[in-house]
Design a binder for this molecule. Structure first.
Ligand code: SF4
Ligand code: SF4
Length: 325
């Protein structure tokens, strides 16, 4: 609005109403109308003179995409529409120059299940829907059982990708295997093909389908989830794009997970935040892949459960137990 308009309309009630409407539309466009009414309604609607005389350091606090709280001038805020096509393109392309890899140290897992709940929270899953789960393993009756977290292995030769008839599941240049729920037709060929049982099917309406309705689909997060399609571990591709460790890796309190880049021969422990040489960690601790004889070439390594930090206790999933009562 130009200055001349402001001067000529200053005492005109009709114009005041128009201004009110246009200001309302302004805040609505920026998604601020609710917050503005609750937090600062008096200041916003006290009239044009306030706007004219207000100091030019009118800052608001905003949360950045990498979770920093910063102050910016209010009038520099711009509405950014999330571009679904861009999410799709970057999701297909992956992060150039990287080859992501995970190492799981079985000697440290005591089934704290923090990895599971962090993953379920991020991906809007129910307590009995898993991208990662812990299995009880026992090699023979005379050996001690242990817990084994099992996410998707992000195979370099993934049978799930080979059988998908519509290119809904695919392998990226950074090694991550993803699913496009907008393409998936729910045939479940990929479930049958995966030797690691890493995939789940949404038989029922996803947990937050009402709250997530209308949100732009993020292929790197699989949110909003979609009934009649597949879901699985994504190596938290959305977090990697922000330079962060995966949800499960960051949530583990016991140092079970290492995550990093094979190209840099480096992995970082999610609990201690110490970075190690991947090759040394694998070589010195007898790292191995699950079912290497299948030729799937997983991107997840396991370190054997030797010198265990915890005695095995049969820890039940309390969330599921609570649901039964
Ligand atoms: S673990 Fe299963 S779902 Fe994951 S990439 Fe390998 S075959 Fe596909
Ligand atoms: S269920 Fe979806 S992702 Fe799996 S093979 Fe069928 S179309 Fe592809």
């Amino acid at each position: 609005m130009s200055n001349s308009n402001k001067d000529t309309n200053n005492n005109n009630p009709q114009s005041d109403q128009n201004r009110g409407n246009s200001r309302r539309a302004f805040f609505k466009n920026f998604g601020l109308i609710g917050a503005a009414t609750a937090a600062g309604g008096a200041a916003i609607y006290s009239g044009f003179k306030y706007e004219e005389s207000k100091p030019n350091h009118d800052f608001v606090k905003v949360l950045t995409s990498d979770n920093r709280l910063v102050e910016v001038p209010r009038d520099s805020i711009k509405d950014i529409k999330v571009d679904v096509n861009r999410l799709q393109l970057q999701g297909r392309e992956g992060l150039k120059g990287h080859r992501f890899v995970m190492v799981i140290d079985l000697s440290k897992c005591r089934n704290a299940r923090k990895c599971i709940s962090a993953c379920q929270g991020a991906h809007h899953l129910r307590p009995y829907e898993y991208h990662i789960n812990t299995l009880v393993m026992q090699e023979s009756p005379n050996t001690a059982p242990y817990y084994m977290p099992k996410p998707c292995q992000h195979c370099d030769n993934p049978p799930c990708v080979a059988v998908c008839p519509v290119d809904a599941t695919f392998k990226r240049q950074d090694g991550i295997v993803l699913i496009d729920n907008e393409r998936c037709i729910g045939c479940r060929f990929c479930i049958a093909a995966c030797p690691y049982s890493a995939r789940m099917f949404h038989w029922e309406e996803p947990l937050m389908s009402v709250a997530d309705k209308g949100k732009p689909y993020n292929i790197e997060l699989n949110v909003p989830q979609k009934k009649g399609t597949i879901s699985k571990c994504l190596f938290s591709s959305d977090r990697l794009r922000e330079g962060k460790l995966p949800y499960c890796v960051s949530a583990c309190p016991n140092g079970v997970y290492y995550f990093g880049d094979e190209n840099q021969d480096a992995v970082t422990n999610g609990t201690t935040k110490v970075t190690h040489r991947l090759s040394e960690l694998i070589r010195e601790n007898g790292g191995y892949h699950l079912m290497p004889e299948l030729g799937t070439k997983p991107r997840v390594y396991y370190l054997p459960p030797k010198n265990r930090l915890f005695e095995f206790k049969d820890v039940k999933d309390k969330t599921l137990e609570d649901q039964k009562t």
